[in-house]
Write a protein that binds this ligand. Structure first.
Ligand SMILES: [Zn+2]
Ligand SMILES: [Zn+2]
Length: 256
């Protein structure tokens, strides 16, 4: 498998994954034009995408699902509960080719399949994804809520992961957000911190994990450098650690 972050952060999330026989976008959180342009920077044509799969109904993951369907003819997959909740966003509009799916079963696209795992994030039906080509397992683990039961086992079975590293606890505590928002982010249904992400990897991964791409960083309560340094401090620097950029396509990564 090959993959890269198209956008990552509270402003919008989208990850591209491909095999020899399938091309997927996981989430649709930036504009259709930005998505197409950043795919083109990495030599990919958005019109060749086989499916857009949405993890949950928050706007930073779903806002351009309708545009991708209408402008580029892409089929959009989400659960019925996610669709119902996402309809409240005015930018969603009509999704020309909407495919509602049951998260209990795998989604199959050519030689790639996606397994879904529910997370305790504060959305209607939030899901983490594991994409597999039959040999390797790639995790898309953001908007996790907390280090919930089962997450460690999921992590231990992965060959690579896009992993949430949303905030630095000190920056969040001392930062400008109102108290209710600080409590939401750090609470059981918000996001996981740099420290929690590092502790998850340190506790539950072995030699098979090829790399980690720190994802969904807060712009206000984190910095790429701090997320990277915190992770390496907890986990060590024996394994590649990438930080997904907010305003550009990330490095192309292989899982093999
Ligand atoms: Zn969310
Ligand atoms: Zn999010």
């Amino acid at each position: 498998m090959r993959c890269f972050s198209v956008s990552s952060g509270s402003n919008g999330n989208c990850i591209y994954v491909e095999s020899d026989h399938a091309r997927l976008l996981l989430d649709a959180g930036i504009s259709g034009k930005q998505t197409a342009d950043r795919l083109a920077v990495r030599g990919r044509d958005i019109r060749r995408i086989d499916a857009v799969v949405i993890s949950h109904d928050h706007s930073d993951h779903v806002r351009s699902a309708g545009i991708l369907a209408r402008k580029f003819g892409l089929p959009v997959y989400m659960t019925a509960r996610t669709y119902k909740a996402a309809q409240s966003y005015s930018s969603l509009g009509t999704i020309a080719d909407l495919r509602l799916f049951d998260p209990s079963g795998p989604l199959v696209f050519g030689d790639l399949s996606i397994q879904c795992m529910p997370t305790p994030h504060d959305a209607a039906e939030p899901l983490a994804f594991v994409v597999t080509d039959g040999r390797c397992r790639l995790g898309m683990l953001t908007d996790l809520g907390n280090l919930f039961e089962g997450l460690g086992d999921l992590m231990a079975g992965l060959d690579a992961a896009f992993l949430e590293s949303n905030y630095d606890p000190d920056m969040l505590r001392d930062g400008p957000y109102p108290a209710f928002l600080k409590a939401r982010i750090a609470g059981e249904h918000g996001h996981i911190s740099n420290i929690e992400a590092g502790e998850l990897v340190a506790a539950r991964t072995g030699a098979k994990l090829q790399w980690v791409a720190l994802s969904h960083l807060s712009e206000t309560n984190n910095t790429p450098d701090l997320a990277y340094r915190t992770h390496c401090c907890i986990v060590g620097s024996h394994r590649p650690v990438h930080v997904c950029p907010r305003y550009a396509a990330g490095t192309e990564l292989r899982v093999e």
